[in-house]
Design a protein around this ligand. Structure first.
Ligand SMILES: [Zn+2]
Ligand SMILES: [Zn+2]
Length: 230
């Protein structure tokens, strides 16, 4: 067994053996960080790890090649993110498969005479990176909703920056009524804070020193609705 495979196995074994402790501890750690939606931050951290594994090894494994073929590569956002990372060897490998696979499909269609081809070339999967982000956010939203019944985590949550509106919406989907009310209460506090900041900065009497605060206020509001760029 290669060293990296062994390390990965040990990491996941360790994580699952103490999963309750791991989830609560990691949640507490992320909630203590100020400034961003904790679920967005989880996704960002996990995405960094995922990219590392993906470019190191996963990209060449059959299940991942199949996923890339089923999604017609990556969405435009992640394709261009990867291009900026300059992963030429890995992408040349994957896109060789994708180009050949698409050629084969279209040649088959052409040989059968024209008909509606959309179903045959439409991707059946979402972009693998989007898929990874989506499963990470679902996992951590479920954990947050579960641990919001714990006094320590609830306190930390009220002291944190709270969820972005995207993740708040998803959290409500998993939350029982009492946790749903906790989520709404926190969101109301954050919205009131944003409203006060934006009002202060919208004053036409605002002088030069307010310009920095004004910039911060609308960026905070935008981030609150859009979440982090992942
Ligand atoms: Zn978020
Ligand atoms: Zn994507």
């Amino acid at each position: 067994m290669e060293v990296w495979t062994l390390l990965r196995k040990l990491f996941w074994q360790n994580r699952s053996q103490s999963s309750g402790k791991y989830f609560k501890g990691t949640l507490a750690h992320m909630l203590r960080k100020q400034g961003d939606c904790p679920v967005c931050s989880f996704c960002e951290e996990e995405l960094e790890k995922f990219y590392w594994w993906f470019f190191y090894n996963h990209y060449g494994e059959l299940p991942w090649i199949k996923r890339v073929l089923k999604s017609n590569g990556f969405c435009s956002k992640h394709a261009w993110n990867i291009a900026e990372m300059k992963k030429g060897d890995q992408m040349s490998f994957l896109y060789r498969y994708l180009v050949k696979d698409t050629l084969r499909k279209l040649e088959k269609i052409a040989s059968q005479g024209y008909k509606d081809t959309r179903e045959e070339i439409k991707p059946s999967n979402i972009c693998p990176i989007c898929g990874q982000i989506s499963s990470t956010s679902t996992l951590w939203i479920q954990q947050l909703v579960k641990y919001l019944e714990d006094t320590e985590i609830k306190e930390l949550y009220f002291g944190s920056s709270g969820l972005c509106m995207n993740h708040f919406d998803q959290a409500l989907h998993f939350a029982p009524p009492n946790v749903g009310l906790t989520l709404i209460e926190k969101q109301l506090r954050e919205l009131n804070r944003l409203s006060v900041d934006l009002e202060k900065c919208s004053s036409t009497l605002a002088e030069q020193p307010y310009e920095v605060e004004k910039e911060k206020a609308w960026i905070k509001a935008m981030g609150f609705f859009a979440g982090k760029e992942l």
